[in-house]
Design a protein around this ligand. Structure first.
Ligand code: BGC
Length: 450
């Protein structure tokens, strides 16, 4: 059998399979059970921030419907479920007293997963910083890393007897660059290069949390970064320099410190980070895996001389794109290129890779009465799983592949306009209807175990 990209669709043997979600994107129930406010509550409650003016509710409403999610995961046959824990459910003010009702929700979720043989693999932070901490400076200040370690202690003490696998922080790049530098995501700041302390403090938080989780008997801890494969728009020197700078900011600024204990040389950008003695050792605390979220390659051109940043993203010629438009091109070979280059660049410092997210949105109806035949999503996933298989064949150690997402959910500033799920969700009624891609993934998982 050959997939839409002409690759053999035989799944790589020995890979673990997973599907992912995140708390704010699926839980709903923003008010009640003592939950505090996060920067995302402030963001969605500010008119004009979310394209369709939705507020993440009802959506999948997994706070209420989590048993349905577990049944869907069981039906898929995944080894693991990647979900995230909401800081403000567990510790509403971001410091001090925990909220037992919030912890009880994750207790039920974890127990439900274990009962059906699925390994819970939570992320401690998927973008929902307590609003109280943002008021005190958020990720721009060092204290937030200390607060994160305290929150981690609460979660690990509550769940660490049953949860042994942890992602610390999801995509610090998105928070730092889209959240603090250009303001597309919460907290909506526009600080450009002055946002860089948010990079360092999130990485420090990752390192501090790793120590806490190990003390609580974790078997596997790692960060999950968003990566892309960067190409210059032309071979002009200006475009090549711009592409190099973009690679520095998007990929190496986040991978180098965790994997080598050093930031890349940022002098070409004329910026500095607030590093204190001992920080780099904490950040580079050995990880059990390295999490890679991958969606698309990026083509970069030099920006005009008077632009605030030296690079500009342009469409990638000659390839199709996802529902997000031409800046989300579909090019599975770019994933193989990224993975093999990471293995070459970091060598023995690179622990086994886990693909923490991979998937695509396509225009799909809001309400359905039969499974959607989402062949474009199947082609996307088949192509990227094939790309992972190619990287494995070329010697890259990859242990696990995760689809983003189990469910259609709240796509941040894009509200309910982008659907990534293997399962369609009616965001008015929370009704779940598996798509054709759900059956395809289920079959692929089953075949990989034959
Ligand atoms: C994020 C998800 C998001 C997905 C699709 C990732 O960067 O971790 O929360 O929904 O991309 O945009």
């Amino acid at each position: 059998m050959v997939d839409a990209f002409g690759r053999p669709s035989t799944p790589p043997a020995g890979l673990r399979w997973s599907a992912a979600t995140a708390a704010f994107q699926i839980e709903g129930a923003r008010h009640g059970d003592g939950r505090g406010r996060s920067i995302w509550d402030d963001f969605v409650d500010t008119p004009g921030q979310v394209v369709d003016a939705t507020t993440a509710e009802p959506g999948p409403a997994s706070y209420e419907h989590f048993a349905e999610d577990i049944a869907l995961l069981q039906g898929l046959g995944v080894d693991r479920y990647r979900f995230s824990i909401s800081w403000v459910r567990v510790q509403p003010d971001g410091r001090g007293k925990p909220e037992p009702r919030g912890i009880a929700y994750y207790d039920r979720l974890v127990d439900g997963l274990l009962e059906v043989g699925i390994t819970p693999f939570p992320t401690l932070y998927h973008w929902d910083l307590p609003a109280t901490l943002e008021a005190d400076g958020g990720w721009l200040v060092r204290d937030t890393a200390e607060r994160f370690a305290e929150y981690t202690e609460i979660v690990a003490a509550a769940l660490g007897d049953r949860v042994k696998h942890w992602y610390t922080i999801n995509e610090p790049i998105s928070t730092a660059l889209q959240g603090y530098a250009i303001g597309e995501l919460a907290p909506g700041r526009q600080l450009l290069f002055d946002a860089l302390p948010a990079v360092h403090h999130q990485l420090l938080a990752h390192g501090l949390a790793t120590g806490v989780l190990r003390q609580h008997g974790a078997d596997a801890v790692g960060i999950v970064n968003n990566h892309t494969w960067v190409r210059p728009a032309t071979d002009s020197e200006a475009d090549q320099t711009a592409a190099h700078l973009y690679d520095l900011i998007h990929n190496r600024l986040f991978a180098d410190p965790v994997l080598t204990g050093n930031y890349p040389d940022l002098r070409p950008l004329g910026v500095d980070l607030p590093i204190q003695d001992g920080d780099m050792d904490i950040i580079a605390t050995a990880s059990d895996f390295y999490g890679v979220n991958f969606y698309n390659p990026t083509t970069i051109a030099a920006a005009p001389a008077d632009a605030p940043v030296p690079f500009v993203q342009v469409p990638t010629p000659g390839v199709a794109h996802t529902g997000f438009g031409e800046l989300w091109p579909i090019d599975p070979a770019a994933l193989t290129a990224f993975l093999t280059e990471a293995a070459r660049r970091y060598g023995d410092r690179l622990p086994p890779i886990i693909i923490g997210e991979n998937g695509a949105s396509f225009p799909e109806p809001d309400a359905v009465d039969a499974p959607i035949r989402d062949s474009d999503r199947v082609a996307y996933l088949a192509g990227h799983i094939g790309a992972v298989a190619d990287a494995i064949t070329q010697g890259v150690r990859i242990e696990e592949y995760t689809v983003w997402s189990l469910l259609d959910n709240f796509e941040w500033a894009d509200g309910f306009t982008q659907r990534f799920g293997l399962v369609h969700v009616d965001h008015e009624t929370s009704k779940r209807t598996p798509k054709r891609s759900y059956d395809w993934y289920r079959t692929l998982i089953a075949e990989s175990r034959r």
